[in-house]
Design a binder for this molecule. Structure first.
Ligand code: NAP
Length: 260
């Protein structure tokens, strides 16, 4: 989180934002930025310690739930105990393996966390947004929502599905003041990517130090990892003033990867 954000305008004052996976990486940066912009932020994560820590740092509250578990999502009391007019669907995980070796249970888990949970959270929170005539849903997709990479069958298919979910929400929410968009980063400097460097080294049979240059950034024109605060800035923009007509769109922040 950028400490210089404290002087920014309070353009989200009066809003409540639920950020999933808010205890780490991009979600943590998004939670901090939305709080700096004046929102009350609910940090949801499966990891209680990190959710509590981030919430206390930003003056928000925390919720603990495993988004791979539908009963745990139902138990949150969405729309009753938990209400929000901004939803950032960010929680995610990666698994790298050839399709023939890809564990079907891992495939299903990735789809539950990264596609079913965003649907369930939107389903639970949209009625409250509709009642207030205003809502913002930002789905953290990926360049992998637009492009495939070998060995990432669950992640790539879940992100492509998330692109579709986001568009349907946009169409249904348009007349009720709710926008829905995706943000699609390339590789961001987070624990998820740090873990992938080791996985990719094993899968491709190359040294970890070569993974970043020869695999991850091979197709990007901007040859550096993206910082979480850069992603958070784009999310904050999509929740801010003057964005009522930006809906059903997909915002690439991929260092030019998909331009090539
Ligand atoms: P991260 O640092 O690993 O953070 C992900 C967070 O989601 C963690 O706090 C994690 O908790 C939480 N989470 C995972 N499974 C969960 C579950 N079942 N229930 C609740 N919370 C769960 O990852 P990140 O890099 O910030 O990624 C955030 C999002 O950005 C993901 O959707 C990812 O696909 C997307 N993205 C990332 C990149 C990148 O390069 N980093 C690029 C494009 C898109 P634990 O710590 O307990 O696992």
């Amino acid at each position: 989180m950028d400490p210089d954000q404290s002087h920014q305008s309070q353009q989200l004052a009066g809003r409540t934002a639920l950020v999933t996976g808010g205890g780490s990486g991009i979600g943590r940066a998004v939670a901090g930025r939305l709080a700096a912009d004046g929102a009350h932020v609910i940090v949801l994560d499966r990891n209680e310690a990190s959710a509590r820590q981030v919430a206390s740092e930003i003056g928000g509250e925390h919720l603990v739930a495993d988004l791979g578990d539908r009963d745990a999502i139902d138990a949150l009391g969405l729309g009753t105990e938990v209400r929000a007019d901004i939803l950032v669907n960010n929680a995610g995980l990666q698994h790298v393996a050839p399709i023939e070796d890809f564990d079907p249970d891992t495939f299903a888990l990735i789809h539950r966390v990264m596609l079913q949970a965003p649907f369930l959270l939107a389903r639970g929170l949209l009625p409250g947004m509709y009642a207030g005539g205003w809502g913002r849903i930002v789905n953290i997709s990926s360049a992998h929502g637009h492009r495939a990479s070998a060995y990432k069958v669950a992640y790539v298919s879940a992100k492509h599905g998330l692109e579709g979910l986001s568009k349907v929400i946009a169409l249904e929410g348009a007349v009720r003041g709710v926008t829905s968009n995706t943000v699609c980063p390339g590789y961001v400097r987070t624990p998820l990517v740090e873990a992938q460097i080791a996985d990719q080294a094993t899968t491709h049979g190359i040294a970890e130090e070569d993974v970043l240059r020869d695999v991850m950034l091979a197709r990007a024109a901007v040859k550096r990892l993206i910082e979480p605060d850069e992603v958070a800035g784009l999310v904050a923009f999509l929740c801010g003033p003057g964005t009522g007509s930006i809906t059903g769109t997909s915002h690439l922040m991929d260092g030019g990867w998909t331009a090539s």
